[in-house]
Ligand binder design. Structure first.
Ligand code: 2AM
Length: 175
């Protein structure tokens, strides 16, 4: 059976990705962790794991039925999960639209038999990996904003030692 590693997520505009990596280089020392490539900065809504093409087609149909308005995302928080080795960027107050969209996609995935973590959804954009040592987080004086008017299905591809995310389909957030 052919399977692919998939997730639903929100990509960031190129200009925002570039702004974030410039800030990251200023506020985190090189030894803090392994920086994620600008093009890979994204927010995961629902991780699906290894999924058959058949199940992916069913999940795409369900995702296509979601009707929600666009929402505004303000990124003004950062944190460190030392056990996971992740330094992340997030929102002090997650928009309701984001939480609703993630909840819908996660419950559709669970009903389709995809494993869903029992941990509560904490929307975040991973900035650094392998960040297991204590680090000083930057002062919370930063803020980026963007309008989120679509979400997408991504395939995680690992090739020649590198991970990239290929967008397979996208859906507008318009109501
Ligand atoms: P992370 O950035 O916090 O590691 C592609 O791998 C995306 O799916 C990443 O955003 C990653 O989150 C997320 N992801 C990978 N494995 C996961 C898992 N077991 N549960 C939830 N999300 C996962």
């Amino acid at each position: 059976m052919n399977t692919r590693r998939l997730f639903f997520g929100i990509g960031l505009p190129d200009t925002l990705q570039q702004a974030i990596i410039r800030w990251r280089a200023d506020v985190f020392p090189a030894e803090a962790g392994r920086p994620i490539a600008a093009a890979n900065l994204h927010l995961t809504l629902a991780f699906l794991g290894e999924v058959s093409d058949e199940k992916a087609a069913a999940l795409r149909r369900l995702a296509g039925r979601i009707q929600q308005p666009a929402f505004h995302l303000r990124l003004d928080d950062a944190g460190h999960w030392p056990r996971a080795g992740v330094v992340w960027l997030g929102a002090r107050q997650a928009p309701r639209g984001l939480l609703q969209l993630a909840e819908m996609l996660r419950s559709q995935a669970a009903r389709s038999g995809c494993y869903q973590s029992p941990q509560p959804f904490h929307p975040h954009i991973t900035l650094l990996r392998n960040a297991t040592k204590p680090i000083a987080l930057p002062p919370r004086n930063f803020q980026w904003q963007c309008e989120v008017n679509h979400f997408a299905l991504y395939q995680s591809v690992f090739e020649q030692g590198r991970t990239s995310y290929a967008e397979l389909a996208r859906w507008p957030l318009t109501l």
